[in-house]
Design a protein around this ligand. Sequence first.
Ligand code: ASP
Length: 333
Amino acid sequence: MRSNEPSSLSRRAFIGSSGLALTAASLGADEKSEKKTKKIFRGGTYKGPLAVGTWDHGTLAARAALRIAQVGGRVVEAVEKGINLVEVDPKVTSVGLGGYPNAKGIVELDAAIMDGGPGLRCGSVQSIQGISTPISVARKVMEKTPHVQLVGEGARKFALEQGYKNANLLTPNAKKAWENWKNKTGPKVKDHDTVGVVLLGRSQRMAAGCSTSGLAWKLPGRVGDSPIIGAGLYCDSDVGGASATGVGEEVLRVCGSFLVVEAMRRGATPQEAVEEALARIIKADPKNKERQVAFIALSKTGGVGAASIRPGFQVAIEGEKLSLLLPTYSLES
Ligand code: ASP
């Protein structure tokens, strides 16, 4: 997981649902955008389109998704295309091309997409090899098959049938990192950073997507939270959407993203909802205080929530005249 990166936003920007500690100076933002930001973290209302993303690479994905939504693109299309940009970037070592491989040196990818509109349509691919844009294959599963999930070789064959090209996803950089891990000569890489995006488009249509290479050096065939609907992501345009990152096993145990959306359905603000889900993860096992898990959430009224167990997580927020990358509140310091 990314450590606390030095940034102009060096101090904790949010004190969770108990209050906000945002200042124009800490945000490096003007007064107007500070006001907007405070408002959305208190639960809305921000008239869309608005996109939120995980980590710094979430900025690229959320911004592209927002632009597509702003010009009238479909929310699912917008989320897919936004995430594609991160998937094909070989410098991002936790997603798509260039992602760190499993223990055998093979890159296995997980991705899922969910349309919050009528039918709650969704699709996912799990442990897919050789395809650099798994979020697009997940969308094809949603749109072209009667199924929700395809796994492994079946998913790869389906992708090839749909016209996706087989590619070598193991970049020299990722190969070297894997060799270092194997030979115990390099720095320890523990976790990974899934790219997740939740988008509120026009006419209150919402979608969410996420894509990851999963935990570095995982057991071959290991599937985390990201491609599991309700764990790595969930979206219902009647309420809002959420996405998770961090140790997927802990998110899976509590159906994390579903928990966040259902808390919002009961009336919690997105910020209260993400903190509630993280508290549940810690309650399940107090040792989770030492592990990193984070959520982002967006309500149908444009309220935003983001928090993590450990410090170091960042949320990207992209809206009309609003572009922020903020360190989030963490339950543990
Ligand atoms: N949640 C991902 C997984 O467990 C990894 C991450 O986002 O850090 O596969």
